[in-house]
Design a protein around this ligand. Sequence first.
Ligand SMILES: CC(C)(COP(=O)(O)OP(=O)(O)OC[C@H]1O[C@@H](n2cnc3c(N)ncnc32)[C@H](O)[C@@H]1OP(=O)(O)O)[C@@H](O)C(=O)NCCC(=O)NCCS
Length: 202
Amino acid sequence: MTTTTARDFDNYRYAELPARTRERFAPAAVSSTPRGEAVRTADGRELVLRTIEPGDVNAIQRCFKRLSPQDVRRRFMHAMSELPMAMAQRLCRIDPEVEAAFVLIDENVQPAELRGVGRIFVDIPSNTAEFSVLVELEWTRIGLGAMLMQRLVDECRRRGVGELWGYVLMENRPMLDLCKELGFVAKMVPGEASLAQISLKL
Ligand SMILES: CC(C)(COP(=O)(O)OP(=O)(O)OC[C@H]1O[C@@H](n2cnc3c(N)ncnc32)[C@H](O)[C@@H]1OP(=O)(O)O)[C@@H](O)C(=O)NCCC(=O)NCCS
């Protein structure tokens, strides 16, 4: 199994957001720049897509504060009124051996704000990875969730992971629809009527 480091993603490249159809998942045209990838949305907003860094702690905490209670529940599966510092630090300081996390950073504001994040945790014995994804409400419906998910799929393939999976609340229609578009299949979780397990064989 190959491993990845934050340095692997330490190159900005320019990428147009894919079209809002299945074709969105075709490889995007990219060109090299200093760190990560510059992403331009269909409505002209620009973000930087890069791997998460320890220095993103304050931005991730500010992002959490902008989330609705529904978004928090959909992402973390339970209510949380704040993102504790220790948890924020843990989320930003990943173990590259078994984790990858990509963030969408808005550098057009000061301080730069985190608008979306997608991450995987790899379980080496089963060769599977669990994902989570989040896009801030005002930045939804412009392809960013699909872009982050596609990035996670690509990262799993790069590592030779056999399956990408995650829990999604049954009421979370946006996420279920997004995953269906990407080819994931959903199944009920025994004893958890409100939860679906969705997965994609790679
Ligand atoms: C679910 C979530 C990631 C979607 O992000 P997004 O950036 O809006 O997704 P996209 O714009 O890429 O949409 C991709 C597809 O998903 C589906 N979708 C997204 N939002 C939807 C909505 N509100 N209603 C119905 N379908 C939706 C659609 O099929 C959409 O394709 P279309 O826009 O061509 O119709 C985002 O709403 C979010 O972060 N929610 C809170 C956290 C969460 O639920 N995380 C998932 C559990 S880990």
